[in-house]
Design a protein around this ligand. Structure first.
Ligand code: AMP
Ligand code: ZN
Length: 113
């Protein structure tokens, strides 16, 4: 666990969050600054800083994606949604605990700003 990591604190329930989903390996909660009508963060309970820190052969990304798809179904995002991973400073990453953004509820422009 990352000692000063805000998402580890959410996992430990030291910081409140609006939970959407939890199982043994994954937690999902609403983003505090939503960028879309539905904006959920899906994170591994294991502290992994970036996608580049995922050990070779580890299936954490498919696990997060599978959970995201289930959550999108539960939240009835029938008209589509976007899954995003921001990596590093130029990628717009601000929290260095791996997370998948699930964004929906409006049309998502491409390319992003
Ligand atoms: P990123 O910029 O990809 O690293 O995404 C980090 C996201 O975490 C941002 O969209 C923030 O709004 C969100 N965030 C930061 N702190 C919290 C928190 N305590 N609860 C929920 N979302 C948070
Ligand atoms: Zn962490």
């Amino acid at each position: 666990m990352g000692n000063h990591c805000v998402f580890c604190k959410i996992i430990q329930k030291e910081i409140p969050s609006h939970l959407v989903f939890e199982d043994e390996k994954v937690l999902a909660f609403y983003d505090i600054h939503p960028a879309a009508p539905t904006h959920v963060l899906i994170i591994p309970k294991e502290h992994i800083e970036t996608i580049e820190d995922i050990p070779a052969g580890d299936h954490v990304i498919s696990l997060l994606a599978e959970r995201a798809i289930l959550i999108a179904r539960q939240l009835k995002l029938r008209e589509g949604y976007r899954l995003v991973i921001n990596n590093g400073d130029n990628g717009g990453q601000t929290v260095y605990h791996l997370h998948l953004h699930l964004l929906g509820g409006r049309f998502m422009a491409w390319p992003p700003g």
